[in-house]
Each structure stands twice: as C-alpha cells, then as structure tokens.
Design a protein around this ligand. Structure first.
Ligand code: B1M
Length: 210
C-alpha cells in the first residue's frame, strides 16, 4: 500500500530523486495517478505552504518544491485524463495580473486538455487587456482565471469588468478558482462558474461549453 506521508515528507525535504522513485513505485503498486496527485503531491504542497507561513521554509526552497512537484506531475500527466472526447470547447486560461502562482492553474489546464477541451494557457501575471485580446484571437468559449493571493482576487473582478466593457461578455463564459476563491466570490464578481480543484474545473468547463 502506498505511504502518502512518505511522498509528502519527501517533497517537503526536496529530495527529487526519491520523490520520482516513490511516484513510480506507487503507480507500480496500482495506486491511481489521481490519488498520488491529491493525497501525496498536493498534500505535500500544503505542508510547504504551512512551513512558508511559519518561516520554516523560504522562497527559494518553495520554488524548488514547486519545480520538483512539476517533475512528478509530468509522470502522472498521461494517466490523469479519463474523459477525453471530441473537441469540447475552447478555453483561455491564465493567472491574473500581479500573481505568479501557476502550479494549480497548470493542473487545471492539463485536466481540461485531458477532458477534450482546446486550452490556450497564457501563463502568469496576465493583465485584463491581454485576456480580452486572447478571447478575441482564440475565439474562446470559456475564460478561466486563477488567483492564489487574496490581494490579487480583486484583479479577477477587474478582468470580468474588462470583458464586459469590451462587449465580449455574451460570447464567453467565465470560470474562476484558486485557493482563496469561493463560490460566493465568483457570484459576487459576476463569473459563471467556480471550481475548487482541477478535476471539477474540467468537468465544470465542459458543462459551461455546452
Ligand atoms: Co506563494 N503564497 N507567495 N508562492 N504559495 C501561497 C498561496 C500562500 C497561501 C502561502 C502561505 O502563506 N501559507 C500565501 C498567500 C496568502 C494569501 O494571500 N491568502 C502566499 C504568499 C503570501 C506568497 C508571496 C506574497 C510570498 C512573498 O513573496 N512574501 C509571493 C507572491 C508572489 C506573487 O504571486 N506575486 C509568493 C510566491 C510564491 C512562489 C513564487 C515562491 C511559489 C509559486 C511558484 C509557482 O507557482 N510556480 C509559491 C508557492 C508554491 C505557494 C504555495 C506554497 C503552494 C501553491 C501551490 O502550488 N499549491 C502556497 C500555499 C498553499 O497553497 N498551500 C502559497 C498546489 C496547487 C496544486 O494548488 O494552486 O491551490 P492550488 O490549485 C488548486 C486549486 O486552488 C484549484 O485547482 C488546483 C488543483 O486542484 N485551482 C483552480 C487553481 N486555479 C484554479 C482555477 C480554476 C479552478 C480551480 O478555474 C479557472
């Protein structure tokens, strides 16, 4: 049976080689990629976050943990999609201006691709005007905004407002998410959808694209 605590501790101790070994061993033992991601890697990043808050870990170490996690996610990536189908819609996704967090947003993008959506991932620190241009250029059905900081959540509202001001609101659905974001906040800023994690974001986006 997979010891998720060992995966968590290995990620927190930044032991890249051992983490890759553990992820491969867990897969060989029949543990699902989704469980390894949720109960091992994401849980490990939560511990990293707590340590960051308590000043037991600092930015360079947190960045390293993020890089190591991304390497482990690469192994899981081909195994995570179980819902692929015909092209289900076009998504433009990015992390809002002022916010550099991209691990969760990239997981959301990956799950959406696996679910058959065409995904244009703009990256991090994306200004409202850049989202607006991308909606037009890519003929997007859904705009997906991610924010991890309470201080950048207002930028989601500014982005929604920019979509409205540019006359695009009727042709694009908007979904928001990220650790501090709630359904109530999504409703408050006039978004169409909210999802707490990557799996439900992919399902929600497919539903919104119908
Ligand atoms: Co930052 N950081 N960080 N950080 N960081 C947090 C978010 C924090 C909670 C840590 C803490 O203090 N406990 C805190 C925010 C506090 C707050 O605002 N409430 C924080 C802070 C304060 C900061 C800085 C200000 C620190 C500083 O400089 N003093 C700074 C800000 C920089 C900036 O953005 N301008 C900063 C910097 C960084 C790093 C660059 C070092 C690094 C980011 C590296 C990277 O992303 N490439 C980093 C990291 C790694 C974290 C933590 C530790 C981990 C985030 C993460 O990747 N989680 C984080 C603590 C934590 O979250 N536990 C923290 C794993 C990821 C899979 O989860 O991103 O939540 P998450 O995504 C989930 C869901 O939220 C959801 O699905 C994902 C998968 O299930 N989801 C969506 C995400 N987007 C979605 C969109 C959707 C739907 C669902 O629809 C569109």
């Amino acid at each position: 049976m997979t010891d998720f605590n060992e995966i968590i501790e290995t990620l927190v101790s930044l032991d890249e080689d051992r983490l890759i070994e553990l992820v491969n061993a867990a897969l060989e033992a029949g543990t699902s990629a989704a469980d390894i991601l949720d109960k091992g890697l994401i849980a490990g990043m939560d511990v990293v976050g707590e340590k960051m808050e308590n000043e037991d870990m600092f930015i360079p170490e947190v960045l390293m943990a993020a890089r190591i996690m991304a390497g482990a996610v690469e192994i899981l990536k081909p195994l995570l999609g179980d819902d692929a189908g015909a092209a289900a819609g076009v998504v433009v996704i990015g992390t809002v201006k002022g916010d550099l967090h991209d691990i969760g947003k990239n997981l959301v993008a990956m799950m959406m691709e696996s679910a058959g959506l065409t995904v244009h991932n703009l990256g991090v620190d994306i200004a409202p005007e850049a989202f607006v241009s991308a909606i037009e250029e890519k003929n997007a059905d859904i705009l997906c905004l991610s924010a991890l900081l309470t201080t950048t959540m207002p930028m989601m509202k500014q982005t929604v407002d920019a979509v409205v001001e540019n006359g695009l609101r009727d042709r694009v659905k908007i979904m928001v998410g990220g650790a501090p974001v709630t359904r109530a906040f999504a409703d408050e800023i006039g978004a169409d959808g909210f999802a707490p994690d990557a799996g439900s974001a992919a399902r929600g986006a497919k539903a919104l694209a119908q």
